[in-house]
Design a binder for this molecule. Structure first.
Ligand code: NI
Length: 177
């Protein structure tokens, strides 16, 4: 007798709401960001505060780190990932001197890729609970070290962090921050 075919193919998170949310958010925001004049995008509101260029630069750093984490996760049996010093990374790369349009294109295209990476994560990997993780240190909305965490949670958290910084840009533009 032939082996039974699995009734359900491997589920992907393709249809997860955070994948759609990421695509829609960056597609919509890219046009709005491009409409910001280069000079306005370069203004630092106070010493030590990021300009809009630097906020988007920080989101590029977030994309590059999390791109790697979301791919690596399938070969790890924990969710322990390397962190990075956010301010130092922004300063080291001189995002202030990058042409604004180039920065927006990189941010938009990179996030469309992160959405593809997320969509390819098998659902069982996304849902697996891990007791060993460092989301108490590297997540935006942290998970206490003594509570289990999932990659699915961490991917949703990535989108939440991105939207948080886009709100910050919008507030800056409306003059309320
Ligand atoms: Ni941030």
């Amino acid at each position: 007798m032939a082996a039974a075919q699995p009734l359900v193919p491997t589920l992907m998170v393709e249809d997860a709401e955070y994948v759609r949310d990421l695509r829609e958010t960056v597609d919509q925001a890219a046009g709005e960001l491009r409409a910001i004049p280069e000079a306005a995008a370069s203004v630092r509101p106070a010493p030590g505060k990021w300009s809009i260029k630097e906020i988007i630069g920080h989101l590029i750093d977030s994309a590059s780190h999390n791109h790697q984490r979301f791919v690596r996760a399938r070969w790890q049996d924990d969710l322990v990932f390397q962190g990075y010093q956010q301010d130092e990374w922004v300063a080291a790369q001189q995002y202030q001197s990058v042409p604004w349009d180039e920065l927006v294109t990189l941010w938009h295209t990179y996030n469309r890729h992160v959405a593809r990476v997320m969509a390819q994560v098998p659902a069982d990997i996304a849902r697996r609970e891990h007791r060993r993780h460092n989301l108490d240190q590297i997540a935006w909305q942290t998970v206490p070290a003594d509570q289990p965490a999932t990659l699915g949670y961490f991917m949703r958290d990535y989108v939440g962090h991105l939207k948080h910084h886009l709100r910050q840009v919008a507030e800056r533009r409306s003059g309320s921050a």
